[in-house]
Design a protein around this ligand. Structure first.
Ligand code: NAD
Length: 504
């Protein structure tokens, strides 16, 4: 990968509409390869709506080759490394992510539509993920179990084997890192399938893994559609673990695909997460957090705070403040660093617009936004205004379903019991936010809300060390933290009778 300054990269992308030197083939067994069927696809810049690169469209044959490479790598030099040596390789990957960070960020912004500021944050987060798991490699130890003096019993964490990673388009590099780093730390090998909308930074990460010295075949990336490449990967009998992030219907299909081989899996399927705001909170801080929780990445975040559940007595003033700030947000091509970038694809934009149009037709109060728009400088691209739907009932479609866009849905409560009922009132259980100065009530709410992660007084608080994952239709299993290492390990228990000399 070449090194150029951030401003030179942005200049090149803005003048030519693309970047030179983008990866264009699968990365299998250390080699950049075309699809065996010769297929190719285009990837589109959502900020312009125009294709800016092509990539290999793989299918079952390419998946077969990648899984075979990952299987072979399990028994090669990778296995001979000590955990501390693996840790040093992961640290080198983190260092290279940082040194190629500006190029990665510009590619991520072009491919996904997110702002360059957000992309730079994602790249820093991906490097931090590799650093965290680098340090964990030689600390992921088993236990010894006391059975008395005639026995020795202990547990060992063994790598689960070949791991498959199906990656979404909303956080392409950071989702890839979130799964690949702990899998490598645990001693596994990897076949990743990035989303067809955003294939490039996963390929660049695979290049970085090679540059860092990872043996060929340890980290493979096959690009292509979910239907052709993704479905073949999750159904492959040579895969021992699947990490899937995406929609509920696809998650169900992945689960069914995994069943015949009894393949282990972690499913991260999104949410409709509540932000519960009590009347005694720091209002200014809560307003900023609610805005960040829904408009970050144009709302395309599984853990977006997409429902504001607010005390009736402060609702009017609070929503007024939100409307004022949301209406002032700037939209535009991600590389110009506006407040909010583009929505990832045209079908997704249409899906978001459909939710708001149907809400409007039902008589829901649309307090701001509610329209598709375009880049004000070029008139191009796929954008949706920051939108607030007010006073929704618990059974409303906009409350029950994940819109996955910049649409905040507001519900009000009169007491804590009602707040809990509303917070738990969807099929999802991914995350929840709580804003109050009363820590006793904050922790009561944290206990009573069904979510995999709860943020108190800072939405998105935490980081790579804090386990993350959902309950109910948000999926199961946990990523991040030491918990993720356990996902990529098979626990073996050994119990032995040992002879002890008879006491004199
Ligand atoms: P999706 O679930 O279809 O795609 C996610 C990933 O799965 C992509 O890599 C895709 O290629 C792959 N995939 C698709 N079908 C597959 C199959 N049958 N077998 C294996 N892999 C397959 O998501 P989408 O269509 O891109 O987005 C639709 C909705 O999903 C969004 O509107 C949003 O609600 C949700 N979503 C959630 C997240 C999240 O972080 N939880 C991320 C992306 C999308």
């Amino acid at each position: 990968m070449s090194h150029s300054s951030l401003s030179a990269l942005v200049q090149e992308a803005r003048t030519t509409g693309t970047l030179s030197g983008l990866p264009d083939g699968h990365l299998i067994n250390g080699l950049r390869l075309p699809s065996q069927n010769g297929g190719r696809m285009e990837t589109i810049d959502p900020g312009t709506g125009k294709a800016f690169a092509t990539f290999a469209a793989g299918d079952a044959a390419d998946i077969d080759a990648a899984v075979a490479a990952a299987q072979a790598a399990l028994t090669g030099p990778w296995r001979a490394l000590t955990p501390a040596q693996r840790g040093r390789l992961l640290l080198q990957i983190a260092t290279l992510i940082r040194s190629h960070g500006e190029r990665l960020a510009v590619v991520e912004s072009l491919d996904s539509g997110k702002t360059l500021t957000e992309a730079l944050g994602d790249i820093a987060g991906a490097a931090a993920t590799f650093e965290y798991y680098a340090g964990a490699c030689d600390k992921h130890h088993g236990d010894s179990i006391p059975l008395g003096e005639n026995y020795l019993a202990y547990t060992i964490n063994e790598p689960v084997g070949v791991t498959a990673h199906i990656i979404p388009w909303n956080y392409p590099l950071s989702s890839a890192a979130r799964g690949i780093a702990p899998a490598l730390a645990a001693g596994c090998t990897v076949v990743a399938k990035p989303a067809e909308q955003t294939p490039l930074t996963a390929l660049m990460l695979a290049d970085i893994c090679l540059e860092a010295g990872l043996p060929p075949g340890v980290c493979n990336v096959v690009t292509g559609t979910g239907r052709q490449a993704g479905a073949a990967l999750v159904r492959h009998p040579g895969v021992h673990h699947i990490s899937f992030t995406g929609s509920v219907p696809t998650g169900i299909d992945v689960m069914q695909g995994a069943a015949p081989n009894v393949t282990r899996l972690v499913l991260e399927l999104g949410g409709k997460s509540p932000v519960v705001v009590l009347a005694d909170c720091d209002i200014d801080a809560a307003v900023s957090n609610v805005l960040g929780g829904i408009y970050e990445n144009a709302g395309q975040i599984c853990s977006a705070g997409s429902r504001l559940v607010i005390d009736r007595t402060i609702h009017a003033d609070f929503v007024e403040r939100l409307v004022k700030r949301a209406s002032a947000m700037t939209l535009g091509h991600g590389l110009r660093r506006p407040d909010m970038g583009a929505v990832n694809s045209l079908p997704h934009l249409e899906k978001i617009a459909g939710y708001v149009e149907r809400a409007r037709a039902r008589g829901v109060s649309v307090r701001c936004g509610g329209q598709r728009t375009s880049d004000p400088e070029t008139g191009q691209g796929w954008f949706y205004q920051p939108t607030i739907l007010d006073q929704l009932t618990p059974d409303d479609e906009a409350i029950r379903e994940e819109i996955f866009g910049p649409v905040l849905c507001v519900q009000t409560f009169s007491d804590l019991d009602e707040a809990v009922a509303l917070a738990n009132g969807t099929d999802f259980g991914l995350v929840a936010g709580i804003f109050t100065r009363d820590f006793s009530r904050a922790h009561q709410l944290a206990r009573r809300i069904d979510a995999g992660q709860v943020y108190i007084n800072e939405y998105f608080a935490g980081g790579v060390s804090v386990p993350f994952g959902g309950n109910r239709k948000s999926g199961f299993g946990r990523e991040k933290g030491l918990e993720a290492l356990r996902s990529y390990s098979k626990l073996k228990s050994v119990a032995a009778r040992i002879s002890c000399p008879e006491p004199p």
